[in-house]
Design a protein around this ligand. Sequence first.
Ligand SMILES: Cc1ncc(COP(=O)(O)O)c(C=O)c1O
Length: 339
Amino acid sequence: MVITMSKTKRHGTQMPNARLAHKLINFQTKIALVCMTQANYIWLDGNFVKFEDAKVHVLTHSLQYGSGVFEGIRCYNTSKGPAIFRLHDHARRFFDSAKIYKLPLKITQKQFEEAIVELINKNKLSSAYIRPFGFYKDIGIGFNVKGKSSSVAIAAIEFGALFDDHGKGIRCKVSSWERINSTIIPAGAKISGNYINSILASLEANDAGYDEAILMSGTGTVAEGPGENLFIVNDNTLITPPKSANILLGITRDSVIKIAQRAGIDVKERDIRREELYTSDEIFFSGTAAEITPIVSVDSRDIGNGKIGPVTSMLKDKYARVARGEEKEFSSWLTFTKG
Ligand SMILES: Cc1ncc(COP(=O)(O)O)c(C=O)c1O
């Protein structure tokens, strides 16, 4: 097997498999990953089932049509034990996504939040990436969802950095694929089908030798990454595209805005033109999986001096501290799993 390495590994496909050491091929980077994990449990409609038993039929509606809603949440190791970052906000978005698509969820938001806390404890995880998934479990042909029954599954797995950039930042390419927009499909909901747009953009960027894509909105301004929001820094002002650019309103984006404002940095939500990316002092992605990922080049143009800038560095460090409960003023964002 030929293994080619791009500069940066994206760890998005790393999933554990119960009790087995097994090989996974990360197609985006063509690096064979060997992953050894412990047995673990998945929460499925009120019960804990073994990782290997959480299965669906190939004709499951949400598998065929991408009609499931999902979330991505992180749990961090803190001095007071595991803490889930902004659980309530993620739960709210999960229920909002389901409401937008009229997907009936058979649990309440409170039960959902409790299930996540229990799952972390049951799996004895100190830190994790949590993936709730609400989906139509009925099988059959035909996309009509009327009368179909749904399930909620929640997985929690150990997960490191999304981009293994060796602390140097990533290189991006503006995609030829535009970001979906809300006249076609709700851009503000996390529904599986939306992510075909992200997959196309990432594939294109990776095939061209870049680490990740940046998508433009249908209105001709910068939108976001395939699974990340985008910030630029210009003259010490932090600028990020507004809701009208058809972005997903990221919870990390909101955290970054609040952390920056608290640190005395001026923050503006406004349209960003493509060429502004090239001439900005600094750029970074924000997201639950990506956390704060510095971008050091766009379309083969160095951003600033091509190195991670001071504002990005400061916010990256501060965000890591906030998420780990080391900044008291933001401790209300944490849900400790040990009570
Ligand atoms: C399209 C898209 N944009 C942005 C984000 C960042 O959102 P958050 O910070 O809530 O993870 C995500 C990840 O959920 C996403 O999928």
